[in-house]
Write a protein that binds this ligand. Structure first.
Ligand code: MRU
Length: 358
């Protein structure tokens, strides 16, 4: 079910997720930039489907959507149903939608803590507590991104030409964005001259979404094919690179949209700083290194077809890894809400969590 709403988020910050009148609405990002339609999620299957087909996407946004999804799912329990069983079913359904973005299981684990604490009070108490928690998680994500933006902007210099890959902006988060949040804050500080936007095959999150966001923000940008990155760097046209992350291992290895690794290798070759902007909720300390990160493999027709039209000969086999892993030694810095982390990441990540927990 869709609903057309004016696409503004809470306050001044645009968010692709709205909790309005006790209902969850997700901006259908598969229709951008042509149409801005909101999906009314009155069933947890609608939320799960929206995550699976990338109507809502980007690690932090998936986490926030899943948090509200728990509320929608529990509310849909049949009268007299066992709520613990229902919670397990709903949580499992949501958790199975996308494997790489750790913010999903992170949010569901926190939701489970709220559920366990409140279930003694009965159905209404648990629904109220989960709703309040999901709304706070959403608001906290925006605040986290703003802080990340400030820390990230301190790394930038006036006149910087910045390259980014995929979409790690407001659309990929509760609001404001991670990598695009850093670009936004750096632009506000007068430091960004121009952004290079990788189109990001196969689903074109750069061309469709990052371009849409930067236009709204008024930040000058130029769209380039993914394979242009090397030529741009070789010509000295890129001063910095900033990307987001779906999961960062304890040693600083970074899983992000397919093609990120290629950009990082090129950055190393050309001496261009390569930054990753991500909240602590994207750092998975239980995963030792990038080789342990589950990498989502998506349907072949996302590669063989473009907007529903086949571009490869019939029956062409394709391989569609949605993400790749950039080894930590190619990452110049990880920008988080508690500050800029530098190598060795095993140490700086441990210290960052210590600072956040104290
Ligand atoms: O497949 P997507 O569009 O969900 O992939 C998104 C990315 O790779 C983003 O860079 C990442 O999730 C960080 S979003 C702040």
């Amino acid at each position: 079910m869709t609903s057309t709403l004016h696409p503004t988020g809470d306050g001044e910050v645009f968010s692709p997720i709205r909790w309005q009148g006790g209902e969850l609405y997700l901006l259908d990002q598969t229709l951008l930039p042509d149409r801005e339609e909101w999906i009314l999620c009155d069933d947890v299957d609608v939320v799960a489907d929206a995550i699976r087909r990338l109507a809502v996407r980007g690690a932090p946004a998936i986490g926030v959507a899943a948090a509200y999804g728990l509320v929608v799912g529990l509310r849909g329990a049949a009268p007299g149903a066992d709520l613990e069983e229902r919670f397990d079913q709903v949580s499992e359904l949501l958790n199975g939608t996308r494997p790489t973005a750790v913010n999903l299981s992170w949010a569901l684990a926190r939701g489970r803590e709220v559920f366990a604490r409140e279930i003694g009070g009965g159905r209404e108490a648990v629904l109220t507590a989960l709703t309040d928690w999901a709304r706070k998680l959403h608001a906290d994500d925006i605040e986290t991104n703003r802080r990340m933006g400030q820390h990230g902007a301190s790394l930038f210099s006036e006149g910087d030409r910045v390259l980014t890959h995929c979409n790690a902006g407001a659309l990929a988060t509760g609001g404001y964005g991670t990598a695009v949040g850093v670009i936004h804050a750096s632009w506000d500080a007068g430091k960004v001259a121009q952004v290079w936007v990788d189109e990001t095959r196969p689903l074109l999150q750069g061309a469709r979404l990052t371009a849409w966001e930067l236009r709204r923000l008024g930040v000058p940008f130029r769209l380039v094919t993914d394979s242009s990155a090397g030529a741009l760097m070789a010509r000295g046209l890129v001063d910095r690179i900033v990307v987001g992350a779906d999961r960062i291992a304890a040693n600083g290895d970074v899983a992000n949209k397919i093609g990120t690794y290629t950009v990082a290798v090129l950055a190393h070759r050309h001496g261009v700083p390569f930054y990753v902007a991500a909240p602590l909720s994207t750092i998975d300390r239980a995963t030792a290194s990038g080789t342990d990160i589950p990498i989502e493999e998506r349907r072949e027709d996302e590669v063989t077809d473009v907007f529903g039209k086949r571009i490869a000969p019939a029956e062409t086999a394709a391989l569609n890894f949605a993400f790749d892993v950039t080894p930590h030694d190619l990452v110049s810095a990880i920008i988080t809400e508690v500050g800029v982390l530098r190598p060795p990441y095993t140490e700086s990540i441990r210290r960052a969590f210590g600072a956040a927990e104290s």
